[in-house]
Design a protein around this ligand. Structure first.
Ligand SMILES: *Cc1c(COP(=O)(O)O)cnc(C)c1O
Length: 397
């Protein structure tokens, strides 16, 4: 019999078909099951459902829902993991992954260059419950080696960090972490499922904020945790279904439809980012351009080994510090000032004064978050129009 499993198909096919569950009406577009609960035909069936629910036996939307299950199966097929659990936001996913694995007395090693809310979970939440956290320079394998201990349960990092686009060696960290029996949990937002090879390189748990490229049009919050089936159903699901971080059916439907054209969008956005990075190299108003596939990126070789392309985001430092950055931002016409990324609209973010404002000056300096830094998430507009907008705005600096 012909193999019709996701494994036998390519990502673009899985992005359109994997996980589909058709109702008795045979609808083409996936149905949105906007329901909290489910009807049991008899009292005995109700009892049996609570006792022994299979993957397609639904009870309550916090536990699971057909639209959410379609999204989970589709993203798992794209990421090549056995299973996935969909969450209310990227932070519900990061929190859910960490809280479901860890207990008092455990140790976590994490890269210090992290999304601000991830830092909050590590430094403010986990430590309150007796988990010890060591933050290191994630690009330095000897720092991982030195920090990992027999009681380390999790190694956590963003595979490409926000906003300075450091690339972390997934295979290198995984070898070291697995040697002490720790799980490798990665926040893979900047790599996107399109360029992700996280599982193959040794990550055990892959987390996405689906708010970013997977929605791709700036509408809904969402997150997902991908991993082995026994981990997802035995460790993650009990924690999330009882603590309330599940994804809503409406958001799951938006994300599910977003996956259908994720690959096309991410490729187009990456092409723009690549062209922009090339156009900005050596620009007299810029003191630094950061793009993983730019030959001058500090981890260029690793970035090329780990990813087929540089991704949809680039960062650069405008001359003249905060004053320069503000002049640039205020002179933009097409590009908007905001803080999402992966959106169809190109977005410029000044991390120093917005997303990373809370960090101390020292910490910002260590992370390379300077007053002139701009993170640019490339959208789906015409590339020539974007280049023109950005070069014109740089003239104002
Ligand atoms: C946005 C983001 C998050 C948080 O996701 P939300 O959906 O906003 O909760 C976590 N990690 C990274 C790298 C992100 O970009």
């Amino acid at each position: 019999m012909k193999d019709t499993s996701p494994k036998s198909r390519k990502p673009r096919t899985n992005a359109v078909h994997a996980g589909t569950r058709r109702s008795q009406y045979g609808e083409v577009s996936e149905a949105m099951f906007l329901t909290q609960g489910f009807v049991y035909p008899t009292a005995e069936a109700a009892e049996e459902r609570f006792l022994n629910a299979g993957r397609d036996d639904f009870i309550y939307a916090r536990y699971g829902n057909p639209t959410v299950a379609m999204f989970e199966d589709r993203i798992a097929a794209l990421e090549a993991t056995e299973d996935a659990f969909a969450c209310a936001s990227g932070m519900a996913a990061v929190n859910g992954a960490m809280m479901s694995i860890l207990r008092a007395g455990d140790h976590v090693v994490a890269a210090r260059a992290l999304f601000g809310s991830c830092l909050y979970i590590l430094e403010e939440v986990l430590t309150r419950f007796g988990v010890e956290v060591t933050l290191i320079d994630g690009t330095d394998l000897s720092a991982w080696q030195a920090a990992l201990r027999p009681d380390t349960k999790v190694a956590f990092f963003e595979t490409i960090s926000n906003p300075t686009l450091e690339v972390i060696d997934i295979a290198g960290v995984a070898d070291l972490a697995h040697a002490v029996g720790a799980l490798v949990v990665v926040d893979n937002v900047f790599a996107t499922p399109t360029y992700s090879r996280a599982l193959e390189l040794g990550a055990d748990v892959i987390v996405y904020s689906t708010t970013k490229h997977i929605d791709g049009q700036g509408r809904c919050l969402g997150g997902v945790i991908c991993g082995k089936q026994d981990f997802i159903r035995g460790t993650v699901e009990p924690y999330l279904k009882h603590t309330g971080g599940s994804m809503s059916p409406f958001n799951a439907w938006v994300m599910l439809k977003g996956l259908e054209h994720l690959d096309l969008r991410v490729h187009a956005q990456t092409e723009t980012a690549t062209r922009l990075a090339a156009n900005l190299t050596d620009h007299p108003k810029l003191t630094r351009v950061l793009y993983p596939h730019d030959p001058r990126h500090p981890q260029h070789d690793l970035a090329c080994r780990q990813m087929d392309a540089g991704g949809t985001v680039l960062s650069f430092e405008v001359a003249g510090g905060r004053e320069g950055a503000n002049r640039f931002l205020n002179a933009l016409d097409i590009v908007i000032i905001s803080n999402n990324l992966g959106d169809a609209k190109t977005i410029a973010t000044p991390p120093y004064s917005t997303t990373h404002q809370r960090l101390s000056e020292d910490r910002k300096a260590t992370l390379g978050i300077t007053p002139g830094l701009i993170r640019l998430s490339c959208g789906l507009e015409d590339t020539d129009d974007l280049i023109d907008d950005i070069l014109t705005a740089l003239d104002a600096v």
